[in-house]
Design a binder for this molecule. Structure first.
Ligand SMILES: *Cc1c(COP(=O)(O)O)cnc(C)c1O
Length: 377
């Protein structure tokens, strides 16, 4: 029986356990301590963002970002439609309305022209969006210059969901450093992981101090427990921050390995009829978190991404369709959307291939020969 090949599994470097051990030695088994402080410092140094707060999840980071930017009941927030639901859920936590904007086909991320159309249309309705959540899907940088220019023109703050894009760059700067607030995720399937975790990043000290305050139950400065705000329990555990410190050491290596996977797949598969891969734009550098393949059934002799997914699964290989856009998710059905068909087409024709940094050449070979086989059949 073949061993199972997973889509994206955790990959420890070896030093994580040393930092975790220190928490036991010092008994700082708590949501604060030296690992929390140092992991925040490591992330700040790496991304070039001045202030960082590590949290329980990327979702928590997006939630706090919205609160800090003043998003409340009845407000509207623009969000990429082509994403994972965690980009949009916190908008609804706040009682606000997500307004979904579709993708363009060169980065698969938010279409700047459509963003402008959406903002103008909401303004006409007398509803100025309170914030824009842009996502860098699969590590691919969005068209940030265009988006930032539009957002600045309307004076709307950008939240950068870089959950999948730690280590990716746009015009030489790390993703997560562009928006008013950036967020990261360290969930088990991300490029580095703390099992579960996230971070909020900003050059604004005020924002990040506010995030720490809200994430630790919003305790006012008093000897007793005094509260004048609703708080959250969103701070990262010092134990898990130890894993994060160890993972930061191997991050550059993880990016190299994920990019290797992409090149391997592209070399072996892009000759197949109807198969294509997303290319990096000039000035963009992707961490290639997941390698995604598009299959056009009109050119592939009728083979669909679902045929490939099922065929791989028979030989114990996990692959997954691209994200199903938010505007076609039952839970978000009632919300406004500005769409152009791009993300629905990507969902229909796209497949994420196994992309872990711990895959061996023989694993990659099993995937590519499996797919090639199906095309010969
Ligand atoms: C993983 C992910 C999140 C949420 O991060 P968690 O740490 O799992 O809460 C948000 N947005 C995107 C695009 C993600 O992929």
């Amino acid at each position: 029986m073949n061993k199972r090949i997973w889509l994206s599994s955790p990959h420890m470097g070896g030093d994580e356990i040393k930092f975790v051990h220190e928490t036991f030695e010092s008994n700082w088994i708590a949501p604060l301590g030296a690992n929390v402080d140092n992991f925040e410092k490591d992330l700040g140094d790496y991304t070039g963002v001045k202030h960082v707060a590590v949290l329980t999840s990327g979702t928590a980071a997006i939630h706090l970002a919205l609160i800090i930017l003043g998003v409340r009941q009845g407000d509207e927030v623009i969000c990429s439609s082509f994403t994972f639901s965690a980009s949009a859920n916190p908008i609804v936590y706040q009682g606000a309305t997500p307004v979904f904007v579709d993708s363009e086909s060169t980065t698969w991320n938010m279409d700047p022209q459509l963003l402008k159309t959406a903002i103008e249309a909401r303004l006409k309705l007398g509803k100025k969006p309170k914030a824009i959540v842009i996502v860098h899907l699969y590590g691919n940088p969005a068209k940030l210059s265009e988006i930032e220019e539009i957002a600045a023109g309307f004076d709307i703050p950008v939240i950068e969901d870089a959950a999948e894009a730690l280590g990716s760059e746009y015009k030489g700067a790390k993703l997560g450093s562009f928006g008013k607030i950036g967020i990261l995720s360290f969930n088990g399937n991300k490029i580095i992981t703390t099992s579960g975790g996230g971070a909020l990043l900003s050059d604004s000290q005020e924002y990040v101090e506010k995030a720490r305050f809200l994430a630790t139950q919003a305790r006012d400065d008093a000897p007793h427990y005094q509260h004048s705000h609703i708080g959250y329990n969103y701070r990262m555990s010092n134990v898990l921050a130890g894993i994060g410190r160890g993972q930061m050491i191997v991050l550059p290596e993880r990016i190299r390995q994920r990019r290797y996977n992409f090149d391997y797949y592209k070399n072996k598969l892009s000759g197949l009829p109807g198969v294509s891969f997303l290319e990096e734009e000039n000035g963009s550098f992707s961490n290639k978190w997941l390698t995604c393949m598009l299959v056009d059934p009109k050119l592939s002799g009728g083979i669909t991404r679902e045929d490939i997914r099922l065929y791989l699964w028979e030989s114990q290989i996990e692959s997954r369709p691209l994200w199903k856009p938010m505007h076609v998710q039952p839970v978000f059905e009632q919300y406004p959307r500005y769409v152009n068909g791009t993300s629905e087409k990507l969902f229909q024709d796209g497949l994420c291939l196994p992309s872990g940094s711990n895959l061996l050449d023989e694993d990659l070979e099993r995937v590519t020969s499996g797919i090639s086989e199906l095309f010969i059949k």
